[in-house]
Design a binder for this molecule. Structure first.
Ligand SMILES: Nc1nc2c(ncn2[C@@H]2O[C@H](COP(=O)(O)OP(=O)(O)OP(=O)(O)O)[C@@H](O)[C@H]2O)c(=O)[nH]1
Ligand SMILES: [Mg+2]
Length: 289
């Protein structure tokens, strides 16, 4: 009878964690090498800066990522970009550039972040406006209008963008814990933005936030993030849906409730940031050739 039952028993579910991480990073104090690299990074051409544009669904953690990067670089929790805890419309509505100050007053990192209104099936940023931002046509302080694209006659339309106004890396931010329930229109728009950026030659990276919410093993210990079967599946699913290759997709846990830094959280954020900077640097050097 035992044999009869076992014939119909479902196959055992795979263990939530792989035996070994499928991607390696330096955890804990191993972040020091990345920190040094980022603190000393300088684009080859004098006066150049890298512009990194974050986009993605409303509430995905775009503003929190800017704060997490700034915190990891400064060595203390920072709240540069305003974050909201209620999930309705996009909280960020305006096009704003975030500069991160270096240790010495008046000095800044040569990379900046742009925060943008979130994608949303009803009241989200228009894909056409994201394309204008990629090309450097959107001026600082523009309040996105979900009903109508920024027109050339508008005072916030930058008619002659400089190289520094243009975007050098596009980062798509999506929450790992809500990927399965993401609206079809949003997935389609992410793909559309990707195609538009590709036509401009702009490198693209995706960040999967909220890995702590998506996987309990990762919540217990962030070092499990590259051992988590679930997180890897989510990354593969996102890659298949929007076409971004796996080596350009990175899981992240943002600082969201902490008042003190954590070495592992920093290590993951700084390793992602180093990849973003490298992709952007390759792009500006390629454009300069
Ligand atoms: N647990 C957890 N919460 C996060 C993480 N990232 C962001 N959050 C929380 O998610 C909520 C939304 O984060 P925001 O950074 O405001 O998201 P956003 O993409 O800027 O949202 P909009 O500006 O509204 O489009 C906030 O309550 C954050 O604290 C994360 O990695 N883990
Ligand atoms: Mg925001």
């Amino acid at each position: 009878m035992g044999t009869e039952n076992s014939k119909h028993a479902p196959p055992p579910s795979p263990a939530p964690l792989f035996d070994r991480p499928w991607r390696t990073i330096e955890w804990g104090t191993g972040k020091t090498a990345n920190l040094l690299y980022l603190k000393t990074y300088k684009p080859q051409a004098e006066g150049r800066q890298l512009r990194i544009l974050l986009h993605g669904p409303a509430g995905a953690g775009k503003s929190s990522f800017i704060n997490s990067v700034s915190s990891a670089l400064k060595g203390r929790i920072c709240t540069l970009a305003l974050v909201d805890n209620t999930s309705h419309d996009s909280f960020t509505t305006t096009y704003l550039t975030y500069n991160i100050q270096k240790d010495k007053p008046g000095t800044f990192y040569p990379f900046v972040f742009n925060d943008i209104r979130g994608l949303d099936p009803q009241r989200g940023v228009l894909v056409d406006d994201i394309e204008l931002a990629l090309m450097g046509h959107v001026k600082e302080g523009y309040m996105f209008n979900p009903g109508c694209k920024l027109s050339e006659g508008n005072e916030f339309y930058n008619k002659s963008p400089t190289d520094n106004d243009k975007v050098h890396v596009l980062v798509c931010v999506v929450p790992a814990n809500k990927l399965s329930s993401m609206n079809d229109k949003t997935v389609w728009e992410i793909r559309d933005v990707r195609l538009k950026a590709s036509r401009l030659g702009i490198p693209q990276v995706a960040i999967l936030t909220n890995v702590d919410q998506a996987c309990s093993e990762t919540k217990k210990d962030l070092k499990n993030v590259y051992r988590s079967r679930y997180i890897k599946e989510k990354m593969e699913q996102f890659s298949a849906n929007v076409g971004i290759p796996m080596n350009c997709i990175f899981p992240v846990k943002n600082y969201h409730e902490e008042i003190k830094l954590n070495d592992d959280t920093d290590a993951l954020i700084l390793s992602v940031l180093r990849h973003i900077i490298n992709y952007g640097d390759d792009f500006i050097n390629w454009k300069a050739e």
